[in-house]
Design a protein around this ligand. Structure first.
Ligand code: UDP
Ligand code: MG
Length: 306
C-alpha cells in the first residue's frame, strides 16, 4: 500500500484540481493507496472541502490539526498516521506534479529508500528567491557534514523503514530536509520542472525564510558557536600586535596623546562583534529551551477515516 501525505493550509482554490490530478495518476500507478490530507488549521473552506472528498472517496483520510502548526509539523503528523509500505509527501498547490509519482515508485521498486524529486527549474518564482535558496543550500552543505541535496523540497518518496526512522527523531525544531538526509539509507534523485502555484498564495515571506534558514543551520551544525572562539583569537592577536606597535612608537617618538577616533572605532567594533556572538549563542539557547520543554509536536482535532 502507498500513503500520500498532503499538508494543506488555506488551499480551497486548489484542492479539487489537486484531487482530480492525483487520483488519475494513482489509479493506474498504485491502485492500493490512502490519500492523507493534513488540514493545518486552515481559516478558509479547506476542511469542509476535505470532508466532502472523504465522504465520496474512502481512500481519503483527513487529519485536522487543532491549529496551524506549520508545514514541517503537518508533514510529521501525516507521517505518524500513515500506514503504507511507502509514503509520498507532496504539496497541495500542484507545484509538485503528481505525474512524477510513477517515476518515484519505479525507483522505490528498484530498492531505494529515499527517492527525492530535484527541481531543475522553478517557474513563477522571483530571481531573489531562487538566488537566496541557491546560496542557502550551498552554504548549509558546506557547514554540515550530512549531505543535504540542493534544490530539493519535501516532495519525495520514503520507504517504510525510512519513515519509521524519521518517526524516532523527537526534535521540535524540525528542519525536515535535514532530517531526511540525516537518517541515511540509499537515496536517489528524480528530476522535474517545478510549476508555478496553481492558485492561491504562497505562505512564505522573507522573514519566514530567514528563520527557516536559521532553523536549518542551528539544527545541524555547531560551527557558528565555534566561530566566536576563532574570531576572538584573531582579534586578540591583532590587539597584541597593535599594542606592541604603540609601545615602540611611544618609546621612539614620544606620545602626543591623540587617538580618540581609533579608540571609539575599536570600542564600537568589539561591542558589535560581542553582540553578534551573544545573538548566535541566543539562537542555540532558545532552541535548547524549546526542546527542553518537551511539548508534543501537535494536537489533532479530529481524524476522518472511513
Ligand atoms: N502548508 C502547511 N502549513 C503552513 C504553510 C503551508 O501545511 O503553515 C502547506 C501548503 O498548504 C502547501 C505546502 O505546505 O501544500 C507548501 O506551501 P507553499 O506553497 O505556501 O510553500 P512554497 O511552495 O511557496 O514553498
Ligand atoms: Mg507552493
Amino acid at each position: 500500500m502507498l500513503s500520500i501525505i498532503v499538508p494543506a493550509y488555506n488551499e480551497q482554490e486548489v484542492l479539487d484540481q489537486f484531487y482530480a490530478r492525483v487520483t488519475v495518476v494513482l489509479q493506474t500507478a498504485a491502485p492500493d493507496y490512502e490519500l492523507i490530507f493534513v488540514n493545518d488549521g486552515s481559516r478558509d473552506g479547506t476542511l469542509q472541502l476535505l470532508e466532502r472528498l472523504s465522504e465520496s472517496d474512502p481512500r481519503v483520510v483527513v487529519i485536522d490539526l487543532s491549529r496551524n502548526f506549520g508545514k514541517e509539523i503537518a508533514v510529521s503528523a501525516g507521517i505518524d498516521f500513515s500506514r503504507g509500505d511507502a509514503v509520498i509527501i507532496i504539496d497541495a498547490d500542484l507545484q509538485d506534479p503528481p505525474e512524477l509519482i510513477p517515476e518515484l515508485l519505479k525507483q522505490w521498486n528498484s530498492g531505494f529508500d529515499n527517492v527525492y524529486a530535484r527541481r531543475i527549474s522553478r517557474d513563477g518564482e522571483s530571481v531573489i528567491k531562487k538566488t537566496t535558496s541557491y546560496l542557502f543550500y550551498r552554504f548549509i552543505r558546506r557547514m554540515t557534514n550530512i549531505d543535504i541535496p540542493a534544490d530539493t523540497g519535501d516532495f519525495r518518496l520514503l520507504s517504510r523503514r525510512a519513515v519509521d526512522s524519521l518517526k524516532q527523531l523527537p526534535e521540535r525544531n524540525r528542519f525536515m530536509k535535514g532530517l531526511y538526509a540525516w537518517i541515511g539509507y540509499s537515496s536517489v534523485a528524480v528530476e522535474y520542472r517545478r510549476d508555478p502555484r496553481y492558485a492561491g498564495e504562497t505562505k512564505w515571506n522573507y522573514w519566514k525564510l530567514w528563520n527557516f534558514a536559521l532553523e536549518g543551520i542551528t539544527s545541524f551544525t555547531e560551527v557558528p558557536l565555534k566561530v566566536a572562539s576563532y574570531v576572538g583569537v584573531a582579534v586578540a592577536f591583532a590587539a597584541f600586535c597593535y599594542g606592541v606597535y604603540i609601545i615602540i612608537n611611544t618609546i621612539l617618538y614620544g606620545n602626543p596623546v591623540a587617538g580618540y577616533p581609533s579608540l571609539i572605532v575599536t570600542i564600537l567594533f568589539l561591542g558589535g562583534v560581542q553582540l553578534i556572538f551573544i545573538g548566535v549563542l541566543g539562537e542555540y539557547l532558545a532552541r535548547a529551551f524549546s526542546e527542553s520543554k518537551r511539548r508534543p509536536l501537535y494536537f489533532v482535532n479530529k481524524v476522518i477515516r472511513k
